[in-house]
Structure formats: C-alpha cells, structure tokens
Write a protein that binds this ligand. Structure first.
Ligand SMILES: [Zn+2]
Length: 172
C-alpha cells in the first residue's frame, strides 16, 4: 500500500489523475515527504525514499516532481537489485575512482529511467539537462570532494545513516 500520508500530500499539490497514474509504481515503497537541507529534491536509502515534495513542485512543476520521484525510485530499485553489500561497498569502502565512476553511472541510470517513465506514465517528454551536467568535469570534481568528505568522517553504516538523516530537516 502506498504510504497514505505521501499520497495525500501528492494530491494536495497535484491532481487526482496525476496521483492515480503514479500510484501503482509506488506501491509497497516506503516514501516520505520531508523538507531536505540545501533544497535537495530527494534522498534514497536502502529502506526508504525522502522527497522534498513542496519545494520540488515549486521549482520544477508537477512533471518535474514526477521525474524526481521516479529518479529516486530508480536508485531504490538498483539498491534492492544489487543488494545492501554492494550499496555499502559503494558508499563506504570503494576507492575514489570507483566511487566517482559508480556515481556517474548510477545518476545516469536513474535519470534515464526517470525520463523514460515520465514519458510512459504521462506522455511527457522531458529534456535531460542533467546528462550534460553529469558528464562534465565539474560534476566529477564535486563528486571527488563529496568522496573525500565522506571518507574523512564516515566509517560505519551507522555514521552513513546519521549523515543521510542530517539532511532531513522535518518529516511531513
Ligand atoms: Zn540521483
């Protein structure tokens, strides 16, 4: 069953048809509306997905929101498919080159699936501005900075959970 509170929040911000079309894809997924630090659109963990619903719809509109939800859902499905061991190895133990390479790959997979699904569900063709961004030098550079910050301060699964949770300002 789709988390009722998330569905209610979706309905408040979109319309019945929009929600009805998206709902089947969110069945059984623990998805939560939360305000997130630095205006981040979504965060996915092995257990749940946080979506910054109101802020995302304000900045990207209804189909932009659908894209963000489906992008995060793609990450979620990848973690489920590849397993928690793979996930922890990626975020906690991989070397820098592997981390950067895997991040670029995972973001491209999630973007592509998100775009394909928005097209399939709503018949809307989204442009993919992030594809160029993800392949740019500056994206790699930022990912490297992120990697070093993570490796400096995060040693255990618990540290990682705490870091992710620190981005969650409040759950709605
Ligand atoms: Zn992503």
């Amino acid at each position: 069953m789709l988390n009722q509170s998330f569905k209610d929040h979706l309905l408040e911000n979109t319309d019945q048809e929009f929600v009805d079309k998206l709902s089947p894809y969110l069945e059984g997924i623990n998805i939560i509306n939360a305000s997130l630090r630095r205006g981040i659109g979504g965060i996915t963990t092995p257990k749940l997905i946080y979506i910054n619903l109101e802020e995302t719809i304000r900045s990207l509109g209804m189909y932009g929101l659908a894209f963000v939800i489906l992008h995060e859902l793609a990450h979620y499905k990848r973690i489920k498919k590849k397993g928690k061991k793979w996930y922890l190895n990626y975020v906690l133990w991989s070397d820098e080159e592997t981390y950067v390479k895997d991040t670029i790959l995972e973001e491209r997979i999630a973007d592509k699936w998100g775009i394909d699904m928005v097209k399939k569900i709503y018949g809307i063709t989204m442009v993919a501005p992030r594809d160029i961004e993800i392949l740019s030098e500056s994206f790699s550079d930022r990912t490297r900075v992120m990697y070093r910050n993570i490796r400096d301060s995060i040693k255990t699964e618990n540290d990682w959970d705490n870091m992710l949770n620190s981005y969650v300002l409040n759950v709605r």
